[in-house]
Design a protein around this ligand. Structure first.
Ligand SMILES: NC(=O)c1ccc[n+]([C@@H]2O[C@H](COP(=O)([O-])OP(=O)(O)OC[C@H]3O[C@@H](n4cnc5c(N)ncnc54)[C@H](OP(=O)(O)O)[C@@H]3O)[C@@H](O)[C@H]2O)c1
Length: 314
């Protein structure tokens, strides 16, 4: 009896401790399973993205998504697999099969040249029913896409190459079948590459000319400033860095303060100082008129390209 009295509490203690341990173990395993499920659910929620025609701008879109750690699938296509090697090394899935890429994806970026758009659209047509197609092609109007594939939903965008550093200005317009939820999704994706802004479609040619091609004009200005620096004796690296940072900083200043550029110019120009001497020279060079003429020419060219393309495919 004495033995039972001694052993019974020990057995009871072991049973209780065992049950507590089992409970903790079950809770721990359950929490692990739940966190795994959450990860799976997060993965399931994210749209798979295909970028068809991952050249300059398509490649920039893929790189932006990967750089920002987009966790959905990112599939890049071109006709030449070898040229997709860099994107593969960065983590994209790569293929030359546009149809397969479209089938695997929820949202498809169409980044081929305007004259390849119709061919590629017809190729993937069966795989994009009800899906969102985001085109970067200059000049092609929304009604053209809709005419070729009525059962898909289209967003026409005009990004620029600053998407490579997530600072693109991206104008976009949507066809009528894009719902508010679709638009939110697209905006979120475009935000990974820069600053999206919805605009009326009638402005797309002008935006193509201004901000789509804009990095080319600004690069000319930066290059010219750099050479100006070399001319007055600056070392090459200081000339380039000071020119590029000045363009970046001035853009940021105008955007953040929302001041008119003329006001910023005025802030820098002291009476009888150095800036006014430079401005006097610039005004004589008709730099403003040159930029206005350049952008008018590029805008008009959009219409000429469209006339040719729609006539060809029409
Ligand atoms: N570049 C810019 O700064 C910029 C800015 C805004 C908008 N955009 C617009 O973006 C589009 C692309 O311009 P981009 O400058 O990036 O041209 P790009 O470098 O020539 O890119 C187009 C890519 O499409 C691929 N391609 C052609 N046919 C294909 C097909 N059947 N299937 C799959 N891939 C195909 C080409 O690669 P393969 O030859 O290897 O197939 C090429 O890499 C254009 O419509 C342009 O208007 C460009």
């Amino acid at each position: 009896m004495a033995l039972i009295c001694m052993v019974f509490p020990l057995i009871l203690k072991r049973l209780i401790l065992g049950s507590i341990r089992r409970c903790f173990l079950i809770l721990y395993v359950q929490s692990l399973l739940e966190s795994d499920n959450n990860l799976l659910r997060a993965g399931e929620d994210l749209d798979n993205i295909a970028v068809i025609g991952a050249g300059v701008i398509g490649g920039a879109i893929v790189k932006s998504l990967l750089k920002k750690g987009y966790e959905g699938k990112v599939i890049a296509t071109r006709r030449d697999l070898e040229k997709l090697r860099e994107l593969k090394a960065l983590g994209a899935e790569v293929t030359i099969n546009n149809k397969e890429a479209a089938k695997e994806s929820d949202i498809i970026f169409l980044c081929v040249k305007p004259n390849d758009i119709e061919k590629v659209l017809r190729e993937i047509s069966d795989e994009i029913k009800g899906k969102i197609i985001v085109s970067t092609a200059a000049t092609i109007p929304l009604n053209f896409y809709k005419e070729v594939v009525p059962h898909a939903k289209f967003v026409r965008t005009m990004p620029n190459i600053a998407a490579l550093v997530q600072e693109a200005y991206i104008a976009y317009c949507c066809d009528e079948s894009i719902s508010p939820d679709d638009k939110k999704k697209v905006e979120e994706l475009l935000s990974i590459m820069g600053i999206p802004q919805e605009v009326e479609e009638k402005y797309m040619d002008a935006i193509t000319a201004l901000s789509g091609s804009g990095p080319a004009y600004v690069s000319i200005i930066i290059e010219a400033l750099m050479y100006a620096g070399l001319r007055v004796g600056l070392p090459r690296n200081i000339a380039l860095y000071s020119a590029a940072q000045t363009v970046l900083g001035t853009g940021k200043l105008i955007l953040e303060t929302q001041e008119h550029p003329a006001k910023v110019k005025d802030m820098v120009t002291t009476p009888g100082g150095t800036t006014i001497e430079a401005i006097y020279e610039l005004e004589g060079s008709q730099i403003r008129q040159a930029l206005m003429r350049a952008i008018k020419e590029a805008t008009d060219k959009c219409q000429r390209i469209r006339n040719e393309l729609i006539k060809d495919v029409g």
